[in-house]
Design a protein around this ligand. Structure first.
Ligand SMILES: *Cc1c(COP(=O)(O)O)cnc(C)c1O
Length: 506
């Protein structure tokens, strides 16, 4: 963006006449470095140089909108010839804020100059964007530690689950930064795979999707406070009706002529959110049917134990669902969405209408160790480059607490990520994969932003270590890390911090 423009013209003979009359004039205008160039020139060139510098310093002051002497002094500005002999501004008072384009030309006895000040897009002076950035996270794009998301793995998993379930609609669940995988990358891959809708946990996640250009229905799985009804309408997001009271509150706040699309949540045994009683459900459906401003798009429930071998509780939830829902006067074209990943993978489908799938789309087993599957391909890899490599003597302690001491001379590599990135502290002792598939152990405490590995030999800086993902026949999975941490892959994935750049790969 151009933020200033100044032009000027001087008569060369007049400028040199002043310089001859008042020798101090030259020292006022020229910096010592300019003065050296001036002194080295002879005759007309010398006069041109002085008039040119005088003129361009005037033009600069016009460009910044001040007169010389108020904000900028002659010597605040230094213009020296570059290797090609062209004048370049090497010093000016707004050095950090603007790029200065200058031009000087001589014709006959006159010198003309022009200055254009351009605001550098990438430069940001401390505090300049203070308000704007206050609520933004630091965006990481320049780190040798990153997450790769495989578009083909996501497409393949979606196709697998579609085929397995015979579902008409596939709702891709992308809450919590797409299970830590990266919202933009996963949404892009899921759209390429033609999913029919998206599911998020919060209204802000839904608005993000709309702003990213998602046109498909977006279901908000968590409770949306009634205060945000205008935002729901503006972004055409589908909240879940979790009680009659919620519906009443939202209906009250709905502006005239606005229409709100809804999905009813039925609690058949998850015990989290949703309507549990037949009469309340009945009243909710009637209220929606009678209100032209409310449009029902779906009704759903959530299974608590679909990932377990014992099916008793699962079957009980299916039964409760039918009891509660089968006789409701529901509109004919709504989506019945009951199944999560575990239901989609391992059960006879309670509905062929729609499924809400997260884990299976990302390619990790929703059941941990209880039930296994070989049908899914993990979409996520976590990689980092060695940023420091050294050989240490036997008896050298490594990292906080000096919990690891070498027993022989060892090659130690440092990776630029740590527990703040979601690589948990308790993963000390876990291993990564070298490009040839060999294992390298994490040694010493994992720090907030860095950790160390024991290398088999000297290795170049920039060597890629795979912390999650596949190298040849070797593979480290989210489930493997989850095992090590005594938790589930969902938690490991969602712990991966936004500080790690995400890249969508084939
Ligand atoms: C998170 C969530 C899902 C997706 O579960 P997965 O096991 O990842 O498939 C589906 N429905 C609801 C209500 C959820 O909260």
């Amino acid at each position: 963006m151009i933020v200033g423009h100044g032009i000027d013209a001087q008569i060369i003979s007049q400028v040199s006449a002043v310089a001859e009359r008042r020798p101090g004039f030259v020292d006022v205008i020229l910096t010592p470095a300019e003065r050296a160039v001036y002194d080295a020139r002879k005759g007309k060139h010398r006069q041109e140089f002085l008039a040119g510098r005088f003129s361009i310093k005037e033009a600069y002051s016009k460009a910044i909108g001040t007169g010389i002497g108020s904000q900028a002094h002659w010597q605040d500005i230094e213009i020296l010839p570059n290797e090609a002999g062209q004048p370049v501004m090497v010093k000016h008072p707004r050095q950090n804020q603007v790029v200065v384009h200058i031009s000087i030309s001589h014709t006959g006895d006159t010198v003309h100059s022009s200055v254009i000040l351009e605001k550098a897009v990438t430069s940001s002076v401390a505090g300049e964007n203070h308000e704007k950035v206050a609520n933004q996270a630091v965006i990481s794009t320049r780190r040798p530690a990153w997450i790769e998301i495989s578009a083909s793995a996501i497409a393949q998993n979606i196709a697998t689950v579609r085929e397995l379930t015979g579902t008409h609609h596939f709702i891709a669940i992308v809450k919590a930064n797409a299970y830590g995988h990266g919202l933009a990358q996963v949404v892009t891959a899921a759209k390429q795979a033609n999913v029919d809708g998206f599911g998020v946990a919060t209204i802000d996640e839904g608005i993000w999707l709309r702003q990213y250009g998602v046109m498909e229905p977006i279901f908000i799985l968590g409770v949306t406070p009634a205060d945000y009804v205008d935002d729901l309408v503006a972004h055409q997001l589908i909240p879940v009706v979790t009680s009659e009271a919620w519906l009443d509150a939202v209906s009250c706040k709905l502006s005239r002529q606005a229409t709100l699309v809804l999905s009813i949540g039925v609690d058949t045994g998850m015990g989290r959110i949703g309507i549990r009683h037949q009469e309340e459900l009945q009243r909710v459906v009637e209220k929606i049917n009678q209100n032209d401003q409310l449009i029902l798009k779906g009704i759903g429930m959530h299974f608590a134990t679909a990932d377990e071998k014992d099916q008793t509780y699962y079957q009980q939830q299916v039964k409760t669902w039918h009891k509660l829902v089968d006789n409701l006067p529901l509109p004919s074209n709504i989506w019945y969405h009951l199944a999560n990943s575990a239901t989609s993978l391992w059960h006879e489908q309670p509905s062929h209408d729609a499924i809400r799938v997260g884990a299976a789309m990302y390619g990790f087993n929703p059941s941990g160790k209880e039930i296994t599957t070989d049908k899914l391909t993990p979409a996520l890899s976590l990689k980092a480059e060695l940023v420091h490599v050294k050989k240490v003597a036997a008896g050298t302690a490594i990292s906080y607490g000096a919990t690891y001491t070498t027993t022989q001379p060892e090659w130690i590599g440092t990776l630029p990520l740590g527990y703040a990135d979601g690589y948990a502290r308790q993963l000390q002792g876990m291993y990564g994969l070298l490009p040839d598939g060999r294992h390298v152990e994490m040694i010493g405490r994992i720090a907030m932003d860095q950790m160390m590995v024991r290398l088999p030999e000297d290795m170049p800086i920039g060597t890629v270590i795979t912390l999650v993902g596949k190298v040849g026949q070797e593979e480290i999975t989210l489930a493997g890390l989850a095992d090590h941490l005594n938790t589930i892959p969902y938690e490991v994935a969602t712990s991966l911090s936004t500080r790690l750049p995400r890249k969508l790969v084939k």
